[in-house]
Design a protein around this ligand. Structure first.
Ligand SMILES: NC(=O)c1ccc[n+]([C@@H]2O[C@H](COP(=O)([O-])OP(=O)(O)OC[C@H]3O[C@@H](n4cnc5c(N)ncnc54)[C@H](OP(=O)(O)O)[C@@H]3O)[C@@H](O)[C@H]2O)c1
Length: 285
């Protein structure tokens, strides 16, 4: 480990992308502060050399600030924050309770805001650092029955795009990774929170979606190890990112690549086909 090695703080390291990322960051010579709600889930990472802290991103801002401050103390700085913690709520607008929507946003959106706000003064003071956010294909596409999760990931798109404009002039980089489907525990019951269909009207959507997700769990085409190595390349400007400007949005995975392209095409068609009408609303037009 050299002085030029970076220090990464990663949320949601008990499983999936967070755990894989933390292991790969260590293997590539950087330092890691791995966090999770239950610190005992981080034993393997601790053995591999990570510092570990307990962090539930839904804690109040003051508590999150204390944990982030404690993280900064460990190595005297943090260079890269990865906002990874999230879960997937499944259910139609009517089948989810309002509390389910709130809980989804508390973790995926407000948790991300709290952790990032706690880190910003440190990075601003140093005029350096990288903020990584894990968005999703669901930040581009709102599938039926996935509205709460898609809403939370669409929210990140706007929030983080605005943040980029605020902090880039201060020397802080932002990176919004938008993965397609990768083989983690995201779709595993228990991690994923699914509401039952209360009305027969939504039963076909709910049943088809649940069957689809059950069939897809642990069969996803995306390899998390390839994804996290790519993320490290993007942050460290190595491998495929060596000598290249790293894009702010990074829709990664065969599915997300095709779906985002299709959505962009449809949007361009709409703007062209309806141009005269869409631009007819100015005073005096
Ligand atoms: N896998 C995919 O296909 C995919 C696609 C697009 C985006 N993503 C995004 O990738 C990120 C990681 O998900 P994953 O696929 O690795 O799924 P995962 O294996 O279910 O991991 C999610 C992690 O988030 C943690 N978490 C949940 N609520 C938390 C909270 N309140 N405070 C702190 N940690 C919390 C979980 O910890 P606990 O063990 O404590 O629950 C777990 O460590 C998420 O942002 C997800 O939306 C994944």
């Amino acid at each position: 480990m050299t002085d030029s090695s970076r220090v990464w703080l990663i949320t949601g390291c008990s499983s999936g992308l967070g755990a894989r990322l933390a292991h790969r960051v260590l293997a590539r010579g950087d330092r890691v502060i791995a966090t999770a709600r239950r610190v005992e889930t981080l034993a393997e990472l601790e053995q591999a050399g990570a510092a570990v802290l307990s962090l539930d991103v839904t804690a109040d801002q003051q508590a999150v600030r204390q944990t982030v401050d404690a993280a900064i103390q460990i190595y005297g700085r943090v260079d890269v924050l990865v906002n990874n913690a999230a879960y997937l709520a499944i259910g139609t607008w009517e089948d989810l309770e309002i509390e389910d929507f709130s809980a989804q946003f508390e973790t995926n959106v407000f948790g991300t805001i709290k952790v990032t706000r706690a880190m910003l003064p440190h990075l601003r003071a140093r005029r350096d650092g990288t903020l990584v956010f894990i968005g999703s294909r669901s930040g581009w596409i709102g599938d039926a029955g996935v509205g709460a999760y898609a809403g939370s990931k669409f929210a990140l798109e706007g929030l983080v795009e605005a943040l980029k404009g605020e902090v880039e002039p201060l020397g802080i980089k932002t990176l919004l990774i938008e993965p397609g489907r990768f083989r983690t525990k995201l779709l595993t019951l228990g991690n994923m929170k699914a509401a039952d269909a209360a009305s027969d009207d939504y039963a076909p959507i709910a049943m088809a979606l649940m069957a689809h997700l059950a069939a897809e769990d642990q069969q996803q085409h995306g390899d998390p190890d390839k994804l996290v190595d790519l993320m490290i390349d993007l942050v460290r400007h190595e491998g495929v990112a060596a000598g290249r400007e790293v894009p702010f949005r990074f829709p990664v995975g065969t599915d997300v690549h095709a779906d985002v392209k299709a959505k962009c095409r449809q949007t361009l068609e709409l703007l062209d086909d309806w141009e005269a009408v869409l631009t007819s609303t100015d005073f005096g037009a």
